[in-house]
Ligand binder design. Sequence first.
Ligand code: SAM
Length: 365
Amino acid sequence: MATVEASLHAPNWLLHCRPGMESATAAEMEERARAQGILGTYAIAQANSAYLRLCQPDPDQARAMVEQAPTGHIFARQLIHEHCWMEGLPQRDRLSPILAALPRHQGFEGIQLSAPDSNEGKALSRFLKGFGRALRQGAEQQGIDLALPGAPRLHLFFPDSNRVSIGFNQDPASPPGGIRRLRMPGQAPSRSTLKLEEALLTLLSEAERNRWLQPGLRAVDLGAAPGGWSWQMVRRHIQVTAVDNGPMAPSLMDSGLVEHVRADGFTWRPPRAVDWLLCDMVDKPGRVAARMQEWLGQSWTRHAVFNLKLPMKRPWPIVRNLLWGLESALAESRPSLELRARQLYHDREEITVLAVDPDGPGARK
Ligand SMILES: C[S@@+](CC[C@H](N)C(=O)[O-])C[C@H]1O[C@@H](n2cnc3c(N)ncnc32)[C@H](O)[C@@H]1O
């Protein structure tokens, strides 16, 4: 008979990330922990597994790590505060050892189950559904309240069907695995539209979206063709100047809200300042960052969204240096500007950065 090994330990973090980005995620999170004065944090990661565990052997430091939960992370899609890790779950009855290992709480506000964003993880989707049902039933029979408002949200992560990490979801609003699946809008000219939609949903709060994406605002879209990003503005009745030598989708031009300028997005200058700059030109990340610095530093735009292509090797230090460089270069001219960056589900070898300025040029006071 298989033996179940359960390890209860000082709190760890379990992180979901894009497959292939495990070492970039580890490098980022280890550095963030060091910057918080939490020393000795290390990651256990396997290439292309789409998850990693961040461990802290010292209980005091581990507590500090939970109290000051990491924020602003770029490569991790979801953070789970791990309570226990179990291996060797018996195929005939995985439920009993898991129920016995649940953290002793008055109750939980819901359960989320996840698997890695890898081929192995995808093969677990039926198992997760069935196990989720059994777990809910089993918990109910044991009198465990799974709908207790304000209680932590229980999270079970299965790297495969023999192992589980039981923990708490750090951000209760985040979808399983941090993957925000979006439906492709029928009228949008390209799939890239999903990238911008996810960025606006993930990196802005609802209040910010309502305040900063109002009808009547103006945007410039550099590298706009065929128009998936511009479409996200047009659907909000925002006027767009689309800069690209390539053709824009006729359906988008019919909206009457888009002006197409055939020009080089690295040299074109706007005749007047706008509310949003969008930039999806595929180029070296340093070149794009320099262009964003020019636009924001000259106050040609209040907010910006742009992509940075990731280099094959050591993406974390390069991304960190570019964002840090941009932030310091703009600190004086744009003191209220805030950079938010994330590798989104719809991003590939890139990250999306949002630069928002609550008190920037054009802000209605
Ligand atoms: C990834 S596509 C943009 C897709 C677009 N965001 C959408 O949602 O449909 C990149 C675009 O950048 C344009 N591009 C590349 N370099 C450019 C430059 N220097 N100036 C203007 N456009 C450029 C290309 O013509 C291409 O249409």
